[in-house]
Design a protein around this ligand. Sequence first.
Ligand code: SAH
Length: 476
Amino acid sequence: MLLTISTTHQPASDLGYLLHKHPDRVQVFEQSFGTATVFYPEVSHERCTAALLLEIDSLQLARSRKKNAPDFSLSQYVNDRPYAASSLLAVAMARVFSTARSGTCKGRQELADSAIPLEITLPVLPARGGVDLVRRLFEPLGWTVDAEPVVLDERFPEWGESRYVCLRLIGTVRLADALNQLHVLLPALDESKHYWQGSDEVDKLMRSGAGWLAQHPESEQITRRYLGRQGRLTRDALARLAELGDEAEDALDPADEAVTSTAPQRIPLNKQRHEAVLVAVEEVGATSVIDLGCGSGALLEKLVKLSGLRRIAGCDVSIRSLQIAGRRLYIDRMTERQAERVQLFQAALTYEDARFAGYDAAVLMEVIEHVELSRLPALERVVFGAARPRTVLVTTPNREYNKLYEGMTGMRHPDHRFEWDRAEFARWADEVCSRYGYRVEHRGIGDIDDALGSPTQFGIFTRTDNDAATTKEDAQ
Ligand code: SAH
């Protein structure tokens, strides 16, 4: 089975740098289930193609199965694995191009960070769900999809189509994103996932899905298929995707929930977080709010419905998130008056910006843990020192609670720089309060575990110069 990746970005031979594989060499990588070979069938200034050829050894594959795999049938030896771009190809690709997938490239970092013209072909892709599903999976990621069903036998057209498609993807995409998308979507399309789910499978999905899966309209279906319908892992993965601010967990299959049918219906954590923040916004009587690090605007969508708010703003460093937020809020269809009430802008929270000031309340919902610890004091200065809203609402994960997420080995999201336990968050909050003249009230969000607390920590910071007591500010 074969995967080819071509670019017309010039000089096209830079593809060799991006993939960390020299265009002049043929390189062989032994896998437990066969041999992966990387070579370049075409290299010119204008166009360059890298090919990954995976030859499956059916005997080796059968032997490499874990002893407890209960399959003594002939299908262990006679199957489509050698001929189809299955989850095995995804695994080999992930290993062979692991550095490229991480998006780092010595000497060509700018190129690794850029979207470049790419064409990817998979001549025989097992596609459970057919061409239609292939389109629904790849098109939202910006690919033009050219997918033709493969006929069962050219000599007997009346036999009809097979469940395989010949796929060509064309798009302008960052190479690392393209590889990570394939790493998730090939197994999702494959009917028979070859390997047993390890406990780190959800972590792997989160890593490869970072930056695109949570926003994908089919994220729930992709997750379920990638994890091979393992109810519990799927539930964890969907909960973690919902953590990222999307609504994936809404779509939980009732069949999965049946396992815990005696438990009360759970409200997804991100919804509970929105609710807690909205309640606090109303409690403190804010009439203007800024959502700092608003992501794709799920909270903003709810804030705009609060009639007590005269002005609402959202900002983020990510243009892509802001575009999604803009669509969600129908920014381009707003009347002039509506547009005066709601604003979106790009900004980094570690640099002072006059646009952050002038709001009664600022929200930092699941944002601080995305900032390097060494840069956190800069954010504190910008928000608590310079913008100085009367109220700052901060939510962040409670690391202690992670023990209750089955199969989680790392942090809740690959982009998290840290996750704090309750004592660490309280210490940070106290320091911020004493440095900038705030007081804090702690609340938890989500189910409470007696020993571990709740999944989300919530700090409500209030500027003390509103208090009757004399403060440093008053003295100035
Ligand atoms: N508040 C949203 C998004 C949380 S994800 C929610 O709860 O759903 C964290 C967000 O913070 C991302 O959108 C990311 O782009 C943004 N972010 C991270 N570091 C930032 C920085 N230094 N300045 C501005 N935004 C930042």
